[in-house]
Write a protein that binds this ligand. Structure first.
Ligand SMILES: Cc1ncc(COP(=O)(O)O)c(C=O)c1O
Length: 380
């Protein structure tokens, strides 16, 4: 029996062969498993175009663990982080830094407005105590794409290390160290590379990692210590998620076979186009204009028709084999539909047919939001 298709930002639908790769037990100190880890780490650095400058350090846990490990390892105790915020994951990086007791500031823009490289340049000029900058590539809260190339250029000009949370974009949207000078990119196993959840990873400049020795706030989240362990023995310091790593290795092979970042991005762009066009025909409106939207996840504004009840809509789609995602916005009532995972045009068209049928069952003739719901972009 087919599980429901996950139209969510991860965990997401994986291929049968990725699932089957988990049907083996691995000795974590065994040479075959050590080789598998080396292969994964090398492939991830290659995807980032960073072979000569960066190394890959995986860490147990979800994506947030990897973000926390990266900030805690790279930001010195007397450092100060500036986070560009336009959604929940930017806000989370501020919170992570506050919890570890390190200095942090932010520049906030509205959830439907990209972060501003010029505001960043002004802030760096005005506050010389800022030592590091962090930004989210695709802010999954809304699905907006942030201008990371421009942000990286400003950071390079100012000599500030940049941490990019590319959790929901890495592997599908280009992020190449040769064009985007970053110090660290962070992502996880269960997003655009289509693995199972269980670990995150950072692709970090080796010189920055070496300079961070002994600076982390935590033992288990110390990326420099984790890296030295992996380099010296090929082994994880603490129990690795063996099955998830085996699945990820298989997922990376499928990523390569499907044309790498360009191939994955093209499939997701097609999914996105089919979804947004089909939803527009039903009257739905997106939060973010198409030009600012990443082909990862789409935020739709809640329909004005009082007969549209999100929970009923969600349950009916679930019954028809599609799982969607609630909204996470603060500025408008909304829900989200993802375009990522082992899905193609046929599944997106299937979802649209299920949505059309569900609307008819609910007696809702249009997905149009109330005019007051359509947020006007604010901020810079
Ligand atoms: C951009 C971004 N950052 C961080 C996270 C946190 O990842 P996790 O939920 O795996 O901890 C997510 C999760 O969706 C994300 O989309």
């Amino acid at each position: 029996m087919q599980d429901p298709w996950l139209l969510t930002p991860g965990p997401l639908t994986t291929s049968m062969s990725v699932k089957q790769a988990m049907l083996r037990d691995w000795g974590s100190r065994d040479s075959e498993f050590i080789a598998l880890n080396r292969r994964i780490r090398n492939r991830l650095v290659a995807i980032a175009g960073a072979n000569r400058t960066h190394v890959c350090v995986p860490v147990q846990g979800s994506g947030t663990f990897a973000v926390e490990a990266t900030i805690g390892t790279l930001l010195p105790r007397d450092g100060r982080l500036l986070v560009l915020v336009n959604g929940a994951y930017g806000t989370r990086m501020v919170r992570i830094t506050q919890v570890m007791g390190r200095s942090v500031t932010s520049i906030e823009t509205a959830e439907n407005v990209p972060v501003s490289p010029s505001a960043l340049a002004d802030a760096l000029a005005a506050d010389p105590t800022i030592t590091h900058v962090a930004v989210v590539h695709c802010e999954t809260t809304s699905g907006i794409l942030n201008p990371v190339s421009e942000v990286a250029a400003v950071c390079e000009q100012a000599g500030k290390p940049l941490i990019i949370d590319a959790m929901s974009s890495f592997g599908a949207l280009p992020l190449d160290a040769a064009h985007v000078p970053f110090t660290a990119v962070v992502a996880s196993s269960n997003k655009c590379l289509e693995g199972a959840p269980g670990f995150g990873y950072a692709i970090v400049r080796q010189d920055a990692l070496e300079a961070a020795r002994g600076k982390a706030h935590s033992l288990s989240l110390d990326l420099e210590d984790q890296w030295r362990g992996l380099e010296s023995s090929g082994q994880w310091r603490f129990t690795p998620p063996t099955h998830v790593l085996a699945a990820f290795d298989r997922a990376l092979t499928e990523h390569e076979d499907g044309g790498g970042v360009a191939g994955r991005g093209a499939r997701y762009r097609r999914n996105h186009q089919v979804l947004v066009d089909g939803m527009a025909e039903l009257g739905f409106e997106t939060l973010v204009p198409r030009a600012l939207q990443a082909p990862i996840i789409v935020t739709f504004l809640m329909p004005a028709d009082p007969r549209f009840v999100f929970e009923t809509f969600y349950d009916a789609l679930r019954q028809k084999g599609f799982i969607i995602y609630p909204g996470k916005l603060t500025i408008a009532n909304s829900f989200r539909i993802g375009c990522i995972g082992r899905l193609g045009e046929a599944e997106m068209r299937g979802a649209l047919a299920a949505i059309r049928e569900t609307m008819a069952e609910m007696g809702v003739s249009s997905g149009a939001p109330a005019p007051s719901l359509t947020p006007v972009p604010t901020g810079t």
